[in-house]
Ligand binder design. Sequence first.
Ligand code: URA
Length: 231
Amino acid sequence: MRLDKYLAEALNISRSETTTIIKQKKVKIDDRVAKSGSEEVKGKVYYNEEEIVYKEFRYFMINKPKGYVSASRDDKNPCVVDLVTGVKNLKAAGRLDIDTTGLMILTNDGAFIHKVTSPKQEIYKTYEVECDKEFKREFVSAFLEGFDLIDSDGSIYHTKKAYLEITSKNKALISICEGRFHEIKKMCHEVGLVVTNLKRIKIGSLELDSALKEGEAKELEEKDIEKIFVK
Ligand code: URA
């Protein structure tokens, strides 16, 4: 890859800005000062003596706060993609309702988004759920057997196996492998409960980092991404 493209992508700056920093002798390839943006990158690139690593695909874990929408643009509300700045073309891998908090992945890797959100992959997502009334023991088998629910387009579908683990009177962990609109809220409604708080804490085996405050993001590494696909 040409040096100017490499710098523009890695630093999220324009091609003309790359020319400026090269002229200012702020860019090095290995231990020599780079001369021109047209040279091919064959070595480690440094800007202001700091190594710059260009990655085609980037993955971020965010702890979504309430009030943020999962879309990339919205006229009224802030968007989850606004929580990571300086990286182009980020999209959310799956959706959470505006009032749901917790684990979301933002990435510029479209194939990854498709894989994570496809129900065929059966990647379970786990939610902490708080309801207005008590979770009864008999609900466990009802969630496993599934419910007939109405989808956004009016069609009826039967939910895939969902796992309910009651953690206290009106709190539970629910794991589902589909990303249908309001799915957990609708399932709880079927057993007479209203969801009062919903937080996603796990995708596959990847858990929300407990150090990440609402609204914060951290870049994921390959080993984190792999956990998503571990059942
Ligand atoms: N189920 C819901 O009802 N809402 C979400 O945000 C996610 C799953």
